[in-house]
Structures are given as C-alpha cells and as structure tokens.
Design a protein around this ligand. Structure first.
Ligand SMILES: *[C@@H]1O[C@H](CO)[C@@H](O)[C@H](O)[C@H]1NC(C)=O
Ligand SMILES: *[C@@H]1O[C@H](CO)[C@@H](O)[C@H](O)[C@H]1NC(C)=O
Ligand SMILES: *[C@@H]1O[C@H](CO)[C@@H](O)[C@H](O)[C@H]1NC(C)=O
Ligand SMILES: *[C@@H]1O[C@H](CO)[C@@H](O)[C@H](O)[C@H]1NC(C)=O
Ligand SMILES: *[C@@H]1O[C@H](CO)[C@@H](O)[C@H](O)[C@H]1NC(C)=O
Ligand SMILES: *[C@@H]1O[C@H](CO)[C@@H](O)[C@H](O)[C@H]1NC(C)=O
Ligand SMILES: *[C@@H]1O[C@H](CO)[C@@H](O)[C@H](O)[C@H]1NC(C)=O
Ligand SMILES: *[C@@H]1O[C@H](CO)[C@@H](O)[C@H](O)[C@H]1NC(C)=O
Length: 333
C-alpha cells in the first residue's frame, strides 16, 4: 500500500494461533504475511495488537469485511470477536474449513494514518486413504491392478510396499503384469503428508496355481513295524489328495492303514506293515486349476539287492521313481 511508517505499525501487531486443546503460539507480524497453520476442524484465533491511539479498526477475510470495530459484518456463526479493547482486537474462527484458507487482514487507523497487517491462514488435512482395492484372488499369469486413493492437504504422497522387497511403487496405482506365485503377498499402501502419522492399509493378493509335487521318495518298511509314505503338493487353493494302489484301486483307511490329509501334504500311515502293504502307491493331488500325480514304492529292504535302506542301490526301483500315472487314469474311466 506504500504507507509511510508501515514497518512500525507491524511491530505492534501480534498474531496468535490457538489450536483446539493445545498451547498458544504467537507470531510477530513481519513485512511478509505470516502463515498460520491449523488443522481442519480445529479452532484458531487471529490476534491483532493495537494501541490507544487507534480510532478505527477492521478485520477482513480476503476483501470481505468480517468486523469493523465491534460491528459484525460476516454472517458466519463460526467467526466471533474474541476481545476488543484498547490494546487487543482479535477474532476467533471455530471448526476451521478448507475454504477458510487464505489471507486475513487486520487494518486500523491511528493518528489518521492507515495501518495494515496480513496473515495467511493455511488449513491442513491429515493424509487419509479414502478408497482402496479389495483383497484379490487371481490365477498365476494374470495381471493385477491395485489402487489406493488418498486425500489430504498438502497433497499426500502414496507408496506401495510389499513385505519382501519393501518399496514396490510410488503413486496411487500398482500394476503387476503376469503375476507369479511368489508375488502373492500383502501389499501395503502408505500415504503421508507430514501433518499426522501416515495412514496405511493392506491389500491381500492371492495367486492361484495348480498342484506341484515335490520330494517323492520310495520308502523302505519292515514287517510288523510302522511306515509312512509322504506326498507333498504346493497349491493354491490347497489341493485335495487321493491315493491309488498299483492296480488303480483307491487306497482306503483300515485298521492298519490310515490316510492323513494336511494343508500341503497327504500321509499314508501304516501302523503294522504286512506283506500285502508292499507295492506301488500313486498320489493324486488336484485343485480347480489342475492336477498332478506321482508314484512311489513301499518296499521291503531285502528286496532291493540286500543293501536295505538306500534306494540308489536298487536299479529296478530307481528307474521307476518318477513314472507317471497316465495309465491309471485311462483304466479308471
Ligand atoms: C507462507 O507460505 C508460503 C507457501 O505456503 C511460503 O512461500 C511463504 O514463505 C510462507 N511465509 C512465511 C512467512 O513463512
Ligand atoms: C484486552 O484484552 C486482552 C485479552 O483478553 C487482555 O490481555 C488485556 O489486558 C485487555 N486490555 C485492556 C486494556 O483491557
Ligand atoms: C473466508 O472467505 C471464503 C471465501 O471468500 C469463505 O468461503 C470462508 O467461509 C470465509 N471464512 C471465514 C472464516 O470468514
Ligand atoms: C473406489 O475407486 C474405484 C476405482 O477408482 C471406483 O470404481 C469405486 O467406485 C470407488 N469406490 C468408492 C466407494 O468410492
Ligand atoms: C484382506 O486380507 C487381510 C489379511 O491379509 C485381512 O486381515 C482382511 O480382513 C481382508 N479384508 C477383507 C475385506 O477381506
Ligand atoms: C502286526 O500284525 C501281525 C500279523 O497280523 C500280528 O501278529 C502282530 O501282532 C501285529 N503287531 C502289532 C504291533 O500290532
Ligand atoms: C507305479 O504305478 C504307476 C501308475 O500305475 C506306474 O506308471 C509306474 O510304472 C509304477 N511304478 C513301478 C515301479 O511299478
Ligand atoms: C500324471 O502325471 C503325468 C505327468 O507326470 C501326466 O502325464 C498324467 O496325465 C498324470 N495323470 C493324471 C491322472 O493326472
């Protein structure tokens, strides 16, 4: 405004921020407008210190008059005059809204000279996730597109992290092309703008794949003792298991043989091995994406060229370790 003596007038103005339930902060008016930061929903006091010479005084929001002296011009109930005496002219704004952000002006006349001081009210909103992908279940090889929409003032950053590798992507969208089973995880979206602790939420990504068998072993067994045949199959969703004997008969529970199914494996538990138990067992694992099978022998140690426990010694057996079940299925039909 080019007023002479402006600098002196500023020195007499003090502005105080009163956050809801928190301590009072003061800021001296300088030549540049001061910034006062307040959280959306909190209250704030804009304080203007004057002296006895003052004859006219007013508060403005942008170019709108809020108060002239003790006369209220604003229709907004949230705005009140806190103090008006010879040394203090302060207004109070309750439940601050984002639209309150902007320049406020305390202006007054003393000794017939206009004085003016500005304050810039900044309204902040903690970063918050407002919409995020639901947990998803896809088949291996498909594409996955996750989103995490956040709001906040100032504009928050959004990042995606996974448990294994940490940061996987920046921004609201996370795209995974041709997802692999190892990428099945909880993906965490984190949004932050420095106003409050980050907001974070997780999305669980399930990757389905057909059963894969591992560690198929032929197993020696002694008459009258116990024995176990194991069939491991990783699968999502978990596989269901079936067992067949060499002649393609389904294996059933009886008083010497029990089938124990677990999440990733099935066990054949022989409680008292007898002659009839020796033979070729085929494990068949399936889920809705496919199936897999493997065959293994329960053998008498003596039958393997007398060396007992090591399968490698028995040529006829090792040849047959990884054979398939195709014939079984054909005959089953
Ligand atoms: C007020 O904030 C603006 C931007 O937000 C910044 O450029 C300016 O320097 C700040 N003023 C003071 C006095 O802090
Ligand atoms: C004016 O009001 C302020 C705030 O309540 C107070 O600190 C000050 O003493 C008052 N001054 C006079 C002259 O009443
Ligand atoms: C300040 O002015 C803006 C628009 O000019 C208005 O939306 C807002 O409610 C006003 N705030 C106060 C506290 O007067
Ligand atoms: C969340 O975002 C998605 C994608 O942008 C949109 O389709 C959906 O309608 C949104 N949901 C809500 C509740 O806003
Ligand atoms: C998503 O998965 C997580 C576990 O990763 C679980 O805590 C949460 O309840 C699931 N959400 C929904 C909507 O099913
Ligand atoms: C195992 O079976 C044999 C033959 O049926 C029987 O003689 C033996 O007592 C059984 N052993 C055990 C521990 O049940
Ligand atoms: C075991 O059974 C499977 C399926 O019938 C067959 O393919 C495989 O050759 C058999 N293995 C041995 C050692 O007999
Ligand atoms: C058993 O697995 C073999 C490959 O290891 C496959 O060729 C055959 O079709 C499978 N049989 C069944 C019934 O899935």
């Amino acid at each position: 405004m080019g007023c002479p003596g402006l600098g002196n007038a500023f020195a007499g103005l003090i502005l105080v921020l009163l956050s809801k339930g928190s301590s009072v902060r003061g800021a001296e008016f300088g030549l540049l407008p001061d910034n006062i930061t307040v959280l959306e929903g909190d209250s704030v006091t804009l304080r203007c210190r004057i002296d006895e010479e003052v004859t006219h005084k007013a508060w403005l929001n942008r170019s709108n008059i809020l108060f002239t002296g003790t006369d209220k011009w604003s229709l907004d109930k949230r705005v009140t005059l806190l103090n008006s005496n010879n040394s203090d002219f302060s207004i109070h704004i309750e439940k601050v809204q984002i639209t309150d952000e902007g320049p406020y002006t305390c202006t007054f006349q003393a000794n017939n000279k206009p004085r003016i001081a500005h304050v810039y009210l900044i309204v902040q909103v903690p970063a918050r996730i407002v919409n995020i992908s639901k947990n998803v279940s896809v088949n291996e090889g498909e594409n996955v597109n996750l989103y995490c929409l956040a709001v906040g003032r100032p504009e928050p950053t959004v990042t995606w992290k996974d448990q294994k590798y940490g940061l996987v992507s920046e921004g609201e969208f996370l795209d995974i092309t041709e997802i692999k089973r190892q990428q099945a995880e909880d993906y965490e979206c984190i949004t932050h703008n420095g106003v409050a602790p980050p907001d974070q939420r997780k999305v669980k990504v399930t990757v389905n794949y057909p059963p894969m068998m591992a560690d198929i072993k032929n197993t020696p067994a002694h008459l009258g003792k116990t024995a176990v045949l194991r069939c491991e199959a990783m699968a999502v969703p978990s596989a269901s298991f079936e067992w067949y004997r060499d002649d393609h008969r389904p294996v059933e529970n009886d008083n010497t043989l029990r089938i124990k199914n677990e999440k990733t494996r099935s066990l054949l538990l022989f409680t008292n091995v007898t002659e009839k138990h020796f033979g070729n067992y085929t494990c068949f694992a399936s889920n809705r994406l496919g199936s897999s099978n493997a065959s293994m022998l329960l053998f008498r140690p003596g039958a393997l060229q007398g060396r007992g426990t090591s399968l490698d010694a028995g040529m006829s057996v090792s040849v047959c370790v990884w054979v398939s079940l195709s014939a079984v299925v054909l005959l089953k039909v």
